[in-house]
Design a protein around this ligand. Structure first.
Ligand SMILES: NC(=O)c1ccc[n+]([C@@H]2O[C@H](COP(=O)([O-])OP(=O)(O)OC[C@H]3O[C@@H](n4cnc5c(N)ncnc54)[C@H](O)[C@@H]3O)[C@@H](O)[C@H]2O)c1
Length: 401
């Protein structure tokens, strides 16, 4: 069989620890035998980030801007312990944060559904994709402790004109917080959500608490509504999908009774909380995919999980590991599908489908990694180690191609 050709490259970002081990196994066993791989390779492993003073991360993000599709391995976000472990010159920022700052995107996270890994919520049949607004609110808030006295909110416009609101006349010591968001950021979040809903052909839900927070949350509701009416309504109607707004408490209740199969756009804090709830209720963090979508139409795919540090230390000791590669494989298939879509490369898109099917069929046949074997409803699962499991997927893939 001739290998599939790629006209344009994918920006490939290698990473750290156990996922770096998975990265090369996946390429060797599941990709390179079938695809004439055309990537621009950036090594985002912590050692190379340190050697390049983290310039490599920004270069990778700029390359995604140029070529529109990237795939990223999980990377370490260093803390003090890591600084010592890797003898780092300084504590670098999270690579994901740096890339997001360059691309200005929204992160969409969705679980991979397979038979035998059953969601804890019985009604869920299809994935629920969480879109989290990644700017502002409590994450950029200022807060203080205050004693008895008057707390005020003061806005000064560029001409020095002030607008004041009393927050509270405190008659006892307490705490206060001031937070903000900005219309362009909410707008670009809304556009990313509407675009992603169209490109994945799913309904979009959005919820806030605008009955209580009439101005702040009210602004989010208004911006989403404006963007929908002006830019997306006709396309949504044509595609037969729906934009649905409700209160956050109502949304939570409806999500629990739903079948899934939609995108749930969340404000920053709601997204933080709900994405962990969705991930664990669907079964496993190792089965969550993640894609960063920028308003200019750039896409960066990755697994939602981290570098699986504990398995890596075992691997270094020469011990056997059973690390789940599925979300990392789906990061590659997501990138191939998008590259194929943009380049009208049908073969590459079909390969993406087959690669995903090979993963799902392998698990559904009872062969899986330990994390899944612990939660599966299939009887007598066969636990495979990291290398064996990837070879099992290869066997299934060979049968599909
Ligand atoms: N997107 C990213 O690049 C990203 C995301 C989160 C954490 N991290 C980094 O990863 C490192 C480890 O962080 P962590 O331990 O909090 O998160 P982690 O996701 O690596 O692990 C969390 C837990 O889930 C299990 N797990 C996760 N993925 C698994 C898989 N594929 N197979 C089997 N089990 C799996 C782990 O064993 C662990 O118990 C940290 O240095 C952190 O900075 C990176």
């Amino acid at each position: 069989m001739d290998k599939i050709k790629m006209t344009n490259p994918i920006v490939e970002m290698d990473g750290d620890e156990m996922t770096r081990v998975l990265w090369s196994l996946i390429k060797e066993e599941l990709i390179e035998p079938f695809v004439e791989l055309n990537t621009l390779y950036f090594d985002l492993g912590l050692k190379n980030r340190d050697e390049t003073d983290d310039a490599v991360t920004t270069q990778a993000a700029e390359a995604i801007k140029e070529h529109h599709v990237g795939v990223k391995c999980a990377t370490i976000t260093p803390n003090a312990a890591r600084q010592e472990e890797y003898n780092l010159k300084k504590l670098y920022k999270s690579p994901n944060g740096t890339i997001r700052a360059v691309l200005d995107g929204t992160v969409f996270r969705a679980p991979i559904i397979v038979k035998g890994i059953d969601p804890y919520v019985r009604s869920w049949k299809k994935p629920i994709t969480i879109a989290r607004h990644a700017y502002g609110d409590i994450y950029k808030a200022v807060e203080m402790e205050a004693g008895v006295g008057k707390v005020e909110l003061v806005y000064t416009d560029p001409f020095g004109v002030e607008k004041r609101e009393t927050v509270h006349e405190l008659d006892a010591p307490g705490v206060v917080m001031g937070m903000h968001n900005m219309r362009p950021s909410i707008e670009s979040f809304a556009k990313a959500c509407f675009n992603y809903a169209l490109s994945t052909h799913q309904d979009l839900w959005f919820a806030t608490k605008d009955t209580i927070s009439k101005i702040y949350d009210g602004k989010f509701k208004e911006v989403f509504n404006d963007v929908y009416e002006k830019l997306f309504k006709a396309e949504f109607e044509k595609a037969g999908i729906e934009y649905f707004y409700t209160l956050i408490d109502d949304a939570v209740a409806r999500v629990m009774r739903s079948e899934g199969g939609f995108i749930w756009a969340c404000k920053n804090y709601d997204g933080d909380v709900m994405s962990d709830m969705i991930a664990s209720a669907f079964g496993s963090l190792s089965m969550m995919t993640s894609v960063l979508v920028s308003p200019e139409g750039n896409f960066e795919y990755e697994a939602a999980h981290g570098t699986v540090q504990r398995h890596y230390y075992k691997h270094l000791e020469g011990e056997e590991t059973s690390t789940n590669p599925i979300a990392t494989i789906f990061a590659w298939s997501g990138a191939f599908r998008k590259r194929g879509e943009l380049d009208e490369n049908k073969e590459l898109m079909e390969f993406a489908d087959k690669l995903e099917k090979a993963c799902i069929d392998t698990i559904e046949s009872g062969r899986m990694t330990k994390d899944l074997a612990l939660i599966t409803s299939l009887e007598n699962p066969e636990v495979k180690n990291t290398q064996e499991f990837i070879k099992e997927i290869r066997k299934t893939l060979d049968g599909l191609i």
